[in-house]
Design a protein around this ligand. Structure first.
Ligand code: AMP
Length: 415
């Protein structure tokens, strides 16, 4: 695999898979340009070398059909502004041969949303998994996906994948396309390299103690990661809504708190595994309970396993927050995924805030801290602390799959 920092793009046409799936308001204006900014180091290096850029991305879920709501033409101006260069646009990603051939060094071409074609995702259309003939339809679509990827590849001399957000998908533009470039002409972009390095710091190059903090609403969506981390961490903090599944599993009274009744055995098994593996499992012992699911609800602090009828735990209590801090502050490697309470309500941010502050302190003391997965990123952004941790991942699903120990197709294809 080539390395972007060593590659000279002079006179080359580079097709770059970026993640420009940015949120838009009802007028088609970008509300958060983090993803565009994330790709800039890669794009600017290519232009500065004297290469030309062909940018490709998906936006939203148009499900294989043209839909103006998801047109990348809406962000053309913003991309141009961010790059400080004019951006040409082709309204059909399968009809860009001429525009690509005419590109001169320093010029930029943006292709229309790849997902206007079902071939991008490679899922057969109009047929259900359970339908007879699905396997044949899938095979046929895989062939069409190869042709689609080959066409995209034909526009350029070199392929760069810098879309970490979709690296866990084996799509035409994220993986299949790599087959049409020689090893010395395909590579990861700077953003992808940073993300992969951040995951390696957590999974391979671990400095101890290692504390993982998993929160959010459910244990079921985090179980793969929890199990993979169990063999690696010294401290495992499980917080947020899953607290109450654990409390109930151990015979606690949880009022009307969020709970996964079909995961009670799983919770007991996690407790057992932690004991067997010598992992210090930290579960909430007290909570801030509310009499309704709202920011203005009345609140009490009570044990997480003795919540009055009709009340629900929405945040970590003071004793629990202290336990979180005691584990996090002396740590040297920290992973945080998922809030410790309903942080969207300002009155229930204390648990998440305590975690964020402790991570910042540990980071100041030399720890490597990785924050990732949608809601914890929203959390550090809300607290204005994104610049005070070592790394904030841009990839939700991709990051979680990488931490589960899965090989990301977007990375494997280039390697
Ligand atoms: P997830 O997508 O699984 O990471 O969950 C994130 C969501 O979990 C956020 O929207 C939080 O509001 C929610 N959450 C965290 N703690 C609780 C809780 N105690 N009760 C209900 N929802 C919670």
């Amino acid at each position: 695999m080539a390395k972007i920092e060593n590659y000279n793009f002079a006179e080359k046409k580079a097709i770059v898979r970026v993640d420009f799936n940015v949120p838009l308001d009802e007028n088609g204006h970008i509300t958060d340009d983090t993803r565009i900014r994330g790709a800039l180091p890669t794009l600017k290096k290519i232009l500065a070398d004297g290469g030309s850029l062909i940018l490709m991305s998906h936006m939203g879920k148009p499900k294989g059909k043209v839909n103006p709501k998801f047109s990348l033409s809406q962000i053309r101006e913003d991309v141009a502004k961010a790059l400080g260069a004019d951006v040409k646009f082709v309204p059909d990603c399968m009809d860009a041969s001429e525009a690509a051939a005419n590109l001169k060094p320093g010029e930029v071409l943006l292709l229309e949303n790849l997902r206007f074609y079902p071939e991008e995702e490679g899922k057969p259309v109009g047929i259900d998994k359970a339908d007879p003939g699905y396997d044949d339809a899938k095979k046929e679509m895989k062939e069409r996906q190869k042709d689609f990827a080959k066409k995209l590849a034909s526009y350029a001399d070199v392929y760069v994948n810098d879309a970490f957000g979709t690296a866990h998908r084996k799509h035409a533009s994220t993986a299949v396309i790599a087959d049409y470039f020689t090893p010395e002409n395909k590579m990861l972009g700077f953003l992808m390299e940073k993300e992969v390095q951040a995951v390696d710091n957590i999974l391979k190059d671990i400095k101890r103690p290692f504390t993982a903090i998993m929160g959010g609403s459910k244990v079921s969506t985090k179980i793969g990661i929890i199990e993979n981390l169990m063999d690696k961490v010294d401290n495992l903090i499980l917080c947020g809504g899953m607290t109450y599944t654990f409390a109930k599993a151990q015979g606690g009274k949880i009022g009307v708190s969020i709970v996964e009744d079909d995961k009670l055995d799983l919770a007991l098994d996690i407790i057992k595994q932690a004991k067997e593996k010598g992992v210090n499992l930290i579960l909430g012992t007290d909570c801030v309970a509310a009499d309704s699911f709202s920011n203005d609800a009345n609140t009490i602090v009570c044990p997480s396993n003795d919540i009055p009828d009709g009340w629900e735990g929405l945040d970590a209590g003071p004793e629990t927050r202290k336990k979180f801090e005691d584990a996090i502050i002396p740590s040297k490697t920290i992973l945080w995924n998922g809030p410790a309470g309903v942080f969207e309500f300002d009155n229930f941010t204390a648990g998440s805030r305590a975690i964020a502050d402790a991570i910042v302190k540990a980071t100041e003391n030399g720890a490597f801290s990785l924050v990732g997965g949608g809601d914890s990123v929203a959390c550090v952004n809300k607290f204005g602390l994104a610049d005070s941790v070592s790394y904030v991942s841009t990839g939700g699903g991709a990051l979680l799959e990488a931490i589960e120990g899965k090989v990301l197709p977007g990375v494997a294809a280039v390697k």
